[in-house]
Design a protein around this ligand. Sequence first.
Ligand SMILES: Nc1ncnc2c1ncn2[C@@H]1O[C@H](COP(=O)(O)OP(=O)(O)OP(=O)(O)O)[C@@H](O)[C@H]1O
Ligand SMILES: [Mg+2]
Length: 151
Amino acid sequence: MYLSSEGQTNQLGQWLGKQLFAGSTVILTGNLGTGKTSLSKGIAKGLGVTEMVKSPTYTIVREYHSGRIPFYHMDVYRTANHVQDLELDDYFYGDGVTVVEWGELLGKYLPEAFLQITISQAREGREISFETTDEKYQAIIDELKEAFSNE
Ligand SMILES: Nc1ncnc2c1ncn2[C@@H]1O[C@H](COP(=O)(O)OP(=O)(O)OP(=O)(O)O)[C@@H](O)[C@H]1O
Ligand SMILES: [Mg+2]
């Protein structure tokens, strides 16, 4: 799917934020500056988070509790080598939505099921794609394709 502007990245995130459920995990893959944080901000908005969402690059995880369910936002770019020290499962199998920038670096510490979103630079915009092995997330992907089919 092609996203021509940051606004479209945000819109897609908002849509996802409305669909995601407690205990869901989104793994965001994409080079530096492709829009992982932009998409995360949209997800937060869709969840109803009213706090300002900042990149968790230096804090590893930021938690937001003003939405309909908690939002846990991580960036593991700088921590991939010692993720075993983080209590990740408390987030993944918890009561909120967890979004992990650079999440593919977690390897064996990934949860059992997750929605994998890959973003790449494409012309002036971004190409975004979705993958999962789990039927709950597949249902979201199918609905998403339907919802955004006219764009
Ligand atoms: N669909 C789009 N088309 C064009 N530009 C976009 C699009 N979506 C986001 N952007 C721009 O791309 C940049 C993305 O920055 P962002 O911090 O979200 O990237 P990131 O993937 O989180 O980077 P990092 O790996 O450093 O965490 C912003 O400048 C934003 O305006
Ligand atoms: Mg980022």
